[in-house]
Write a protein that binds this ligand. Structure first.
Ligand code: SF4
Length: 227
């Protein structure tokens, strides 16, 4: 089945579905597809506290243009306070370990705390984004989140396919893409990329040897058949 059909299958097959969105280009495709598949899909997004203003503006624009229920997840204030007290407001620049800790507190844990309330989650991960994502299955059992289904309808899509879809269906996008960004996360951890650079080269660009992952997609998965 194609990506739209897989999104439709996900909503047909599961009672509670979380479309987890960072409001990057892939998220726009999936929100548009989800609104064609079901009425008022629930969209989960993580407000790390460090997102660029442009991302917040885009979230508002999607809420104006699409009938979606946006659920904003926040980090635990005590965990952020402890990290900040120990390492300041920019711990991610000190070491890879502290960067992972910041991502864990601000992104991974807020999502993990709520995913048990759902039967499936949809993500915009694509195989060509990173070597670590090259084997991303379309549908997998997410053991780290209680065995719910993790669905990646765009796993086999190219970047060009994503942008072709956005243009064809007039789906809004983050204006940072128009300023040279090719992947967008937290403001202090994202920069624009140069021609010829890897798509995710602007994420944690000071980490030359580390995998450009925040931990959301580094969980054990078992591929499911039958989708
Ligand atoms: Fe922290 Fe940067 Fe990760 Fe955002 S991307 S959670 S600011 S380390």
């Amino acid at each position: 089945m194609d990506a739209q059909e897989l999104v439709e299958w996900t909503y047909r097959r599961h009672r509670r579905v979380a479309l987890v969105s960072s409001f990057q280009a892939e998220s726009g495709v999936l929100i548009d597809m989800a609104c064609r598949a079901t009425a008022s899909p629930e969209v989960l997004t993580i407000d790390t506290g460090r997102l660029p203003e442009e991302t917040h503006e885009l979230i508002n624009e999607f809420q104006r243009r699409y009938l979606i229920r946006v659920r904003v997840l926040l980090p635990e204030p005590d965990e952020v306070a402890t990290l900040t007290a120990q390492h300041g407001t920019m711990p991610f620049r000190e070491s890879v370990e502290l960067r992972h800790r910041c991502c864990d507190i601000r992104k991974v844990r807020p999502l993990a705390r709520v995913l048990g309330q759902y039967d499936a989650w949809i993500t915009g991960v694509r195989r060509e984004q990173m070597p670590s994502r090259a084997a991303t299955p379309f549908v997998a059992e997410d053991a780290a989140h209680g065995g719910i289904a993790k669905v990646a309808p765009l796993a086999a899509w190219t970047r060009d396919q994503v942008w072709h879809y956005l243009e064809k269906h007039s789906v809004p996008h983050n204006t940072l893409y128009d300023r040279g960004y090719t992947s967008i996360g937290c403001s202090p951890c994202t920069r624009a990329t140069q021609t010829g650079e890897d798509e995710r080269a602007g994420r944690w660009w000071w980490e030359l040897d580390a995998a450009k992952e925040c931990g959301l997609h580094a969980l054990p998965l078992t591929e499911r058949s039958g989708a």
